[in-house]
Design a protein around this ligand. Sequence first.
Ligand SMILES: Nc1ncnc2c1ncn2[C@@H]1O[C@H](COP(=O)(O)OP(=O)(O)OP(=O)(O)O)[C@@H](O)[C@H]1O
Ligand SMILES: [Mg+2]
Length: 384
Amino acid sequence: MPISKRNPFDYGGPVSGPHFAGRHDELTAVTRRLADHIGVVVTAPRRYGKSSLIKEACARLTASTPGSAIVSVNLLQTSSLAAVSGVLLKNLYHVPGGPWHRLAQVLPGFLRRVRVQPSVTFDSSGQPTFNFSPSMTLDSAVEIISDVYQLLDKIGEKHPAVLVFDEFQVVADLSSHLPGLLKGLADEHRRVSLVLSGSKHHLMESLVLSKGAPLYNMLEHVALGPLPKDDWLPFLLARARAGGSPFADESVADVVWQMSGPVPFDVQKLAYESFAQADGVISRAIVIRSVETLVRHQASDFAKTFEKLSPGQRRVLKFLAAGTTLSTGSSEFAGSAGLANATSVRKTLRALEDAELVVGRENGPVVDDPSFAAWLRLPGGNHD
Ligand SMILES: Nc1ncnc2c1ncn2[C@@H]1O[C@H](COP(=O)(O)OP(=O)(O)OP(=O)(O)O)[C@@H](O)[C@H]1O
Ligand SMILES: [Mg+2]
């Protein structure tokens, strides 16, 4: 296939617009609430599409309500209070409805509105970046967050105003006081919709979802499940057709879904590889070859991960990858996986879940990454 042909599938980061499939109800629910200045918390396991849902909802909000102000920070990408403060200021500075844009001196006008002064540098496109000392205190960071809230709240008098903390499950690594302080700020600035998203359900429980959590009962909870097949198939068919290499027929798109689902990231990844390998049309043979390619690409990473596991963990993983239908609480499961009893199985599974190698699904635990599962199933493998 000529390399110039643009692949219509996208995986890796948050997607929106034509790359975004389904989630009609969730999108409507989130977009409406943001328009009405109500906060939302989005939870789901990794790579289910939390950031994509928020990105798409914000894009729709901006399209339907010009002037909407959205300030967003990803807490996994900002490992210090200084970094969080710098990103918040940078994103606030670019908000289209910010009154500082009407001033002759935009940057000084903006900086006058914040109490803790950053040092300012300029990136290659001439845009300012705001830097704080790595030893920035919690008090100073909270002053910045509070200023951001206040300026968004002012914009919120006329337009929707949204403050997004993505990957919120790691907030306590920045400061255990931050969730409680955010609750106070959110209560004070009711015209700003606070949007949180996170995986690691137990952490989100203790921060937001359960009684006694600092942000309990403030935000509408949207829990994402996998995208249903009925949303995937029309998307896969339409994207491949628009890209110029259609699926041979609907059953081939179904094979993509069967072999990679249900995690949206995995489905887009296999669709991407299948499109990349297609010569005009995506056939079933191409999809199967693409599965093998993806396994090959990651084989050495899989081997490294596998080597670090205990023998019992390895056996349980291989057993799950083989698609056992035995209940993990049964003595048959323990016996077949070479473990003493159901308690050892439970402990082993917990360790594999903590390492994000296994996830609980409707019918019990499974190997999270379908390529890893395929690698574990390789006959006569190099991983016994
Ligand atoms: N609604 C969707 N339609 C199509 N593809 C999607 C959708 N949601 C997610 N994806 C696919 O999954 C990938 C990961 O999405 P996203 O980054 O939004 O997930 P996440 O839940 O925020 O992940 P993480 O937990 O790693 O932050 C995207 O790059 C895309 O390939
Ligand atoms: Mg995300």
